[in-house]
Structures are given as C-alpha cells and as structure tokens.
Write a protein that binds this ligand. Structure first.
Ligand SMILES: Cc1ncc(COP(=O)(O)O)c(C=O)c1O
Length: 385
C-alpha cells in the first residue's frame, strides 16, 4: 500500500458526493457554505492592494509580522484583558485550520486522547487522528441546546486524555456558553489537569451575551491554546490568516512545525489583518446586526414549518431537527436538493449522532432565506409523503 496507514484510516468526508451533486446543478439556493456572504471591508482590501503596489511580496518572520502580533496582543488586552507576549506567545498561522493541526501535532503522543463535544467542526476528528491521537466524542443534543456538560467531561477524563478540543460559538450548532457555564467547565479541566484547545473563531459573532474567552478565566491561561482568526467576523476567508496564543512552550513547539512546513502565513493576508484590526468595529457590527436579523427569521420560520430548531447564540448556522420528515439527514438533504433546489449540509458531516439534523447557513441574503424556507415547506408538504 502506497498510502500511510494513518492517512488511510482517516475517513473521507461523507458529504463529498453530496456537494458534487450541488456543483452539477443550476439555480440552487445554497445554504451550505460556511463562509460570510459579505465581501471583505473595502479599507482592508485597499490596504492589501496598496501593500502589493508597494512591493510587499516576500516571506515574513516565521512567527508572522511583529506588528501584527503586537496588534493582536493589544486587541486582546483591550477587549478581554488577557495579556500575551507578542514575541513568545503568539504565532500567526494560515487560518485556524493550520493552527488546529499544529496544536494537535505539538501536544499529542501516539494513542493519547482528545475529548471533542459533538456535533463539531468537520476537521476536529481528523486533525487529532492525523497527529496520531484518538478523538473521544462527547454527544450533545438539541434538548440541552447542544451544550456539553461539566459532568460529561468529568466522566470522560482520565488516563490518556490530554485535553479537550472545544469550539464556541460552535460550527454547526451556533451554540455558545455564558461565562458561568465556562467557569463550570474550566473547573473540571483544572481538576483533571487537562489542556483546552479553544477554537473561538466566531467570537465576535455572539448575539445574546458577551463572549468570554477561556483564557480569560482565572488560572486557565497556562492550559489554554487559544485559536482565533480573521476568516469569519471580518469576512476574510480568502486571506488565510489565523493566530494562536498560548504558553510559550506550546507556541514554541507549534512554531517549530510551522517553520518547516509552512514557513510563514501569506504577507498580503498579514497586511490586510493589520488593517482589519485598526478600524473594523463598524464593519463587524454591521455584519453582525444583519446576521442577527437573519438568525431570528430563519429559526422562527423553521420552527413554524415543523423543523424544531434551537436558537443559536453565535456564528451563522441554524441546526434544525429534521425528525418530522421521517428521513435521515443525507436522504433529506439529497431529496430537498433534487426536488426543491435548496442545498443544506447533512448533519452526519458533523458527527454520527447528528443524523437527524441539517446545518443551514444564514450567511446568505434575506430574500434567499425566505425563498429557501418556502421551498423547504413545499418539500415537507409534498404529496405521497
Ligand atoms: C469552527 C471552525 N474552526 C476553524 C475553521 C477554519 O477556518 P480558517 O482556516 O478559515 O481560519 C472553520 C471554518 O469553517 C470553523 O468553522
């Protein structure tokens, strides 16, 4: 066999065939994509263009431009009162995607376990496996708003468990946690001396309360690998800029891998990120306000047509139950696509326990959402059903 056992054993995403089907069709309303429908704010794009005109086309420091690392440190201090040393405790990565991979490869020895609340972002299980670790999924359900409980973590912790990979607000459920809920989780993490890899990429898209970073909680800073980036809140997916903040030994280990495998994040993206941090509060607020308007509409409308949906607290996804359809998520998504030309993501993409849900992205304009809901209703009311 030419392929390594480790790679061979990673299960390819089961929804690839489904998306091939979407690509082959016309006039589809796609609520499948996990990226903002807004274009990057103009002043950020303008700075990127200007930097190219000025000849900024080189590598940067492996860790990323010091100006960007300083700006991130200042931003986190001002917004969340967490302090990181930009020289030793911050690394600029190629999106949170790279940061997830580096984090796992830096901390895991063969066979060690990482707890992952499910449903979860599609990459979480594979990055653990590719680093030689073993993901242990902790199932959550719509009844408890898809929140993992401290008791679940407490019961799963123990021998061989190095940490928990925790994303909030969550892709695909939009679930987030209040400060009080995070404190209860932090208590168990400390009790078991675990690490927490905290993916807070959607933090600025939190609607009902202020987002609290895990690293801001008492005595947590030294055990949190804090991941964030510019893709979602700043509508900058294509610039590919993420960052990791954490204790210097872990960030140092991640930098070691990064310098050999990636060298550095793209300079144009870093230039754009510096600009984004300067003056984007208004842009982020405007996008968030629009997502919030859509969130209220889509959740209300889905419940009205019989698809039970909890109110997500963040990100731009709704994760309704499709139990009422009598189908599993893959059949539902396929038939809805073929019969009504609406693309949603089957829940199984986010974990085996999610076969009765679909992910609906509301990063799509309001009129599309309205039309999509009316088509879903037609699908549910089809004759012979
Ligand atoms: C929860 C979560 N983490 C990480 C990523 C990767 O984002 P990026 O690599 O663009 O920063 C995504 C993208 O959808 C995501 O939803």
């Amino acid at each position: 066999m030419r392929i390594s056992k480790r790679v061979d054993q990673v299960v390819p995403s089961g929804i690839r065939a489904f998306f091939d089907l979407v690509l082959g069709m016309q006039d589809v309303i796609s609520l499948g994509v996990g990226e903002p429908d807004f274009v990057t704010p103009w002043h950020v794009r303008a700075r990127a263009i200007e930097s190219l005109e000025q000849g900024y086309t080189s590598y940067t420091s492996n860790k990323g431009m010091i100006e960007l690392r300083r700006d991130i440190a200042a931003f986190l201090k001002k917004r969340h009162q967490i302090e990181y040393d930009p020289e030793e405790e911050i690394l600029i990565t190629v999106g949170v995607s790279e940061a997830l991979d580096l984090a796992m490869r830096s901390i895991l020895n063969p066979g060690e376990k990482i707890l992952i609340p499910e449903p979860c972002y599609v990459a979480y299980g594979p990055v653990v496996e590719l680093a030689g670790g073993e993901p242990v999924f902790l199932e959550t359900s719509i009844e408890n708003g898809f929140k993992v409980s401290p008791q679940q973590i407490d019961e799963a912790a123990g021998r061989g468990v190095r940490g928990i990979l925790f994303g909030y607000p969550c892709n695909p459920t939009g679930t987030s946690y209040s400060k009080k809920e995070l404190e209860a989780i932090a208590k168990v993490i400390k009790k078991h001396d675990m690490l927490i890899i905290s993916d807070e990429l959607y933090d600025e898209l939190t609607y009902d309360f202020e987002h609290t970073p895990m690293a801001a909680l008492p005595q947590m800073r030294n055990r949190v690998i804090y991941l964030n980036g510019f893709s979602k809140s700043y509508a900058m997916t294509g610039f590919r800029i993420g960052y990791v903040c954490g204790p210097s030994d872990i960030v140092g280990a991640m930098t070691k891998i990064h310098q050999y495998t990636m060298l550095c994040a793209p300079i144009t993206g870093q230039m754009a990120a510096i600009e984004a941090l300067k003056d984007s509060a208004g842009d982020v607020y405007a996008m968030k306000k629009e997502y919030d308007r859509r969130r209220r509409f889509i959740v209300g409308a889905l419940n009205d047509i019989g698809l039970t949906c909890h109110m997500p607290q963040g990100a731009f996804y709704a994760f309704p139950s499709i139990k009422a359809s009598g189908e599993n998520s893959m059949d539902f998504a396929k038939n809805l696509l073929l019969q009504q030309k609406v693309a949603v993501v089957p829940g199984v993409a986010f974990g085996q326990s999610c076969a009765q849900h679909v992910r609906i992205s509301y990063a799509s304009n309001y009129d599309n959402l309205k039309e999509a809901v009316s088509r879903i209703e037609k699908y549910l009311k089809r004759p012979n059903f």
